[in-house]
Design a protein around this ligand. Structure first.
Ligand code: ATP
Length: 466
């Protein structure tokens, strides 16, 4: 859609290739030709995404005392989706090419792209439907029809209407339907939040751009319940707080911005929304949405379930539906952004070095221990050191191939530190400690290694900027 605006070496193709080559992400069901826009995480991808989610939990729960965790089921009572408005309103406008290619498109995306090229005076809503053409072959398009994005399935052995249920399209509703349960056990009063990480499913019309838009993905959502009068202030607070989270984990500030939604972009439940956007190789795109959902959800669920979902202030007796501020992020989209932003190529001694400059907190492996050569007692000693470090931080031992090849591999998976055992280690007990980004090598006594790595990790953990 939007024209690529990055001026560095990264492209989505390079990221896809590196992810396959180094075991981050594979195409799903590849031996059967793949399932479109569906991906499997391999070893390093699992570790990386898990670190992204851990950092989110750390920021949302560990470092605060006003948010509690939840893990609700993916399958929910079907009335949930009537109350939430998803059955009626969770639709995208679908158009199909009447020309040669017959491809399907999201009309709102075509409008945005046309407006970015100057149509409608830059206003997507001002563009007449007839002006839009198929981006692939220039053909005319059908009238838009609302297409519901929820995947349906049936509960139990009989496929009848009464048994129809849905795979959740967002995790948020699991939080709203548990509002009363949480309020009773957690002894919280507004302002307080409930945080959840889990899979969501959307039958997207036009998935694509690797992990950016898939039909099965993981969300990291937090619903923050506040007194109605405080909603605006908390909305501003969470916009900045979430932008800062990406910044502190190393995304370059000039690739990160907050963008307010125009009134016509707002969802059916939202009175204001801002997106944290990242400059992907496909252009500026949403990483995370922060929405002021008002009291829409709690009111709807109260009306449809018959439960009382107001908060009652025990001191004043005041009864109200809390308003909700929701930062809703995607774990896969964030993982993709961190990969893209970390990707770099540089010339070192006449060769191109590809390196992932991942923040150490996100790096799948923190330290690699390598014998310089595969003899003279070096592998045994390196293995011993590796075993000492392994309980302290994710570590890897690698003795296969030339030292240059092994470093290249570690650079490409983003390992911040490398420890090399060489002949000198056997003589004086020191190892080389190599820094991924500066390529500086320091000799460190083996007995000091754990402390030195701990110090470096600790420094990075305290002042996260690389
Ligand atoms: P979009 O406009 O890109 O379709 P949205 O505004 O519908 O996204 P939200 O409902 O706000 O998205 O979802 C919150 C977050 O969940 C998004 O910011 C994104 O990170 C993630 N997300 C949503 N849909 C997908 C998807 N199909 N694939 C991967 N991540 C997604």
């Amino acid at each position: 859609m939007a024209a690529p605006a990055r001026d560095d070496v990264v492209t989505m193709d390079k990221i896809v290739a590196l992810c396959k080559r180094r075991g981050f992400v594979f195409q799903s069901s590849e031996i059967y030709g793949g399932l479109a826009s569906t991906y499997d995480y391999a070893h390093y991808g699992v570790l990386l995404k898990s670190n992204v989610k851990s950092e989110w939990w750390r920021a949302m729960v560990q470092e605060r005392d006003d948010i509690v965790a939840l893990d609700a089921a993916i399958l929910m009572h079907p009335r949930t989706w009537v109350a939430s408005g998803h059955l009626e309103g969770f639709t995208d406008p679908l158009v199909q090419c009447l020309g040669k290619c017959k491809k399907r498109w999201r009309e709102d995306h075509l409008r945005e792209a046309a407006a970015a090229d100057g149509a409608g005076g830059g206003d997507p809503a001002a563009i007449a439907a007839e002006e839009l053409r198929c981006p692939e072959c220039g053909g005319e398009l059908t009238e838009p029809r609302n297409f519901n994005l929820m995947f349906e399935t049936y509960m139990g052995p009989v496929q009848e209407d009464a048994a129809r249920i849905y795979l959740r399209p967002e995790t948020a509703q699991g939080i709203f339907v548990n509002f009363k349960n949480v309020l009773q056990f957690a002894r919280k009063t507004p302002p307080f939040g409930i945080a959840q990480v889990g899979k969501s499913f959307r039958n997207e019309i036009t998935p694509g751009s690797f992990l950016f838009r898939t039909r099965e993905f993981e969300q990291m959502e937090m619903e923050f319940f506040v007194a109605p009068d405080d909603a605006r202030e908390w909305f501003d607070y969470w916009c900045e707080e979430r932008r800062r989270w990406y910044d502190e984990l190393g995304l370059r500030p000039d690739h990160l911005r907050l963008r307010d939604h125009d009134p016509q972009e707002l969802s059916h439940y939202s009175s204001s929304t801002s997106d944290v956007e990242y400059l992907f190789p496909i252009g500026w795109s949403e990483l995370e949405g922060i929405a002021n959902r008002g009291d829409y959800d709690l009111r709807q669920h109260a009306a449809f379930s018959g439960e009382k979902l107001e908060y009652v202030d025990s001191a004043t007796g005041e009864r109200y539906f809390p308003h909700v501020i929701e930062p809703a992020a995607g774990a896969d989209r964030a993982t993709l952004a961190f990969l893209v932003d970390a990707y770099d190529e540089e010339e070192v001694e006449g060769r191109t070095r590809t390196v992932l400059r991942l923040h150490p907190r996100l790096a799948p492996v923190k330290v690699a221990v390598l014998p310089l050569v595969n003899k003279d007692g070096q592998p045994e000693l390196a293995r011993e050191i590796y075993k000492e470090l392994r309980p302290l931080m994710p570590a890897e031992y690698d003795a296969g191939g030339s030292i240059g090849r092994r470093y290249r591999r570690q650079d490409e998976i983003g390992t911040p530190w490398g420890v090399t055992v060489d002949h000198q280690t056997l003589e004086d007990g020191t190892v080389t400690l190599r820094d991924r980004d500066s390529l500086e090598q320091a000799r460190v006594p083996r007995t000091e290694l754990a402390r030195e790595l701990g110090r470096r990790l600790g420094d990075e953990w305290r002042s996260p900027k690389l």
